[in-house]
Design a protein. Structure first.
Length: 125
């Protein structure tokens, strides 16, 4: 992978996570292909951009804030793996850090398949 392409992909990943951290649902959802699949933890996968918008909206509305502290990013040809510590701020102002690994399979600039591996029970349970 060329240096310029690598830098562009890293910036794109950081942009996607920044949109999530701003709880900007529309910009976040625009990162997904129309027929994308997305799964968080042990929840069933959601299929399609509209279903991702609905599920993301429920999650974002349950939070006051969110911050991803990225530990490391691995780039593959059509996939990105991100290790992060996600700090969730609930509406009761409790901040709960959760370790997380996300795998994003991409088709060009868009996410085709996303999998988030974490235990969200301390946040939403």
């Amino acid at each position: 992978m060329k240096v310029r392409e690598r830098e562009k992909r890293l910036e794109r990943v950081k942009e996607i996570f920044a949109n999530a951290d701003r709880l900007d649902l529309e910009k976040y959802v625009a990162s997904f292909a129309e027929d994308a699949s997305f799964q968080v933890g042990n929840n069933p996968p959601v299929e399609g951009r509209e279903a991702i918008r609905e599920a993301g909206g429920k999650m974002f509305s349950a939070l006051k804030a969110m911050r991803h502290d990225i530990v490391q990013i691995w780039l593959e040809e059509n996939a990105v793996i991100i290790e992060a510590l996600v700090n969730y701020t609930r509406h009761d102002d409790q901040i709960i850090p959760v370790p997380c690994v996300t795998i994003l399979r991409t088709d060009g600039e868009l996410i085709k398949d996303g999998r988030v591996f974490m235990d969200a029970t301390p946040v939403f349970g």
